[in-house]
Design a binder for this molecule. Structure first.
Ligand code: SF4
Length: 374
């Protein structure tokens, strides 16, 4: 059945009552639900994109302790914002949050807008995020569709087809708008999200204890596991990176800041090469530091391997270590620092693992010409 037909035929009042009764007993208690400050709700929504509630909890508290208001965040340094975001991934979210705060500080006295059309124009706000803040903080009656409610309403309506695009996606938004009561829509939407997350789970939904079982087409037809019909996930692609830890005679290591755009933008790393097919880590490092510098390196024989997943990539990162002699090393956006001054910088997760390794093993005891064996 399509979602709009479902709403016409359903006993919407009974569905609302059943959902809200369940929510009052079983709904999740979360810190961003205890506030109506749009800024705090906004921070939580941005952090929750692609990230689990359990992971976000600690980050949320730390971030708001350092930046309790939009104006505080606007005044903050981007490197500090990224440092607080370190480990959450998808750093573009943090930069957008920071830019939007600066925009609001400049144009609106640090106040969050109240009209949906203005909210949607802010950097980093998509259709869902704008409505989530409008609904949960400003208590506006707006529809909410994200992963949990998409799955829930697809099953309740017994809707077939790809719910992430086209007509079915639009109908799910209409369904969410039609089901939400005019008063108390925020409770209803949070209840639907919780039911999707806790009961109507992607695999093995708990239909036997679901308050919407009597209203659910998929359950009636025994099709719970067949819906929603999401597009196939992209399979993971294996890629290889190589980094080099270079020590100078003063006991400092060379680090480099990534460009302001692209993956891990603005974060720090040990000089890194994205390896072409059949390229060895040493070849990649030679390409990165240049032939002359490479020829002067003395390998310590130590190496470290990090495996990491990012988006649809599986990354194998090989790190080699060397000392440099008199040859000067100048790479764009790079600097020499002692290891104890590296923690204060923002690093991507795989590079941070290299840093942790380096802190553990300390400086190389002796310098050799032995080739590294990763
Ligand atoms: S009855 Fe089952 S499939 Fe239907 S909404 Fe409840 S948990 Fe989901």
């Amino acid at each position: 059945m399509n979602p709009c037909c479902y709403v016409k035929e359903a006993d919407v009042s009974a569905l609302r009552r059943a959902l809200l009764r369940w929510y009052r007993r079983h709904g999740r208690s979360l810190p961003w639900r205890e506030t109506r400050d749009p800024y705090r709700v906004w921070v939580s929504e941005i952090m929750l994109q692609q990230t689990t509630v359990a992971t976000v909890l600690g980050y949320y508290e730390r971030f708001l302790e350092r930046f309790p208001t939009i104006s505080d965040l606007a005044r903050g340094d981007e490197q500090e914002v990224l440092h607080l975001w370190q480990g959450l991934g998808y750093y573009r979210r943090a930069r957008h949050l920071h830019r939007a705060a600066q925009f609001l500080a400049r144009t609106n006295g640090g106040k969050f807008p109240t009209h949906l059309a203005e909210i949607e124009k802010l950097p980093g706000f998509g259709k869902y995020t704008a409505r989530a803040v409008a609904c949960f903080a400003l208590h506006q009656s707006v529809p909410i569709i994200e992963a949990n409610t998409r799955r829930l309403w697809c099953r309740v309506a017994g809707a077939e087809g790809d719910p992430t695009r086209g007509r079915l996606e639009a109908e799910l938004w209409e369904m969410s708008a039609a089901l939400a009561p005019k008063k108390g829509a925020w409770d209803f939407q949070q209840a639907a999200m919780d039911l999707g997350a806790m009961i109507c789970t992607p695999r093995s939904p708990s239909c036997s204890i679901c308050p919407l079982a009597d209203h659910c087409e998929a359950h009636r037809l025994g099709k719970e596991e067949d819906l929603p019909q999401l597009p196939a996930k992209r399979s993971k692609v294996d890629i290889e990176h190589a980094s080099v830890v270079l020590w100078n005679k003063r006991g400092e290591v060379l680090i480099r800041q990534r460009p302001p755009d692209g993956t891990w933008a603005g974060l720090w790393e040990f000089p890194l090469a994205e390896l072409a097919e059949n390229e060895t880590p040493r070849d990649g490092i030679q390409r990165t530091v240049g032939q002359q510098v490479f020829a002067s390196l003395r390998w310590t024989g130590r190496s470290h391997l990090v495996r990491h997943a990012i988006m649809h990539y599986r990354v194998k990162l090989t790190c080699l270590e060397a000392t440099v002699g008199r040859q000067s090393v100048e790479l764009p956006s790079s600097e020499w620092r002692t290891v104890d001054r590296l923690r204060s910088l923002p690093w991507s997760t795989p590079q941070r693992k290299l840093l942790i390794w380096l802190e553990k093993v300390g400086p190389p005891a002796q310098r050799t010409d032995r080739p590294p064996r990763p």
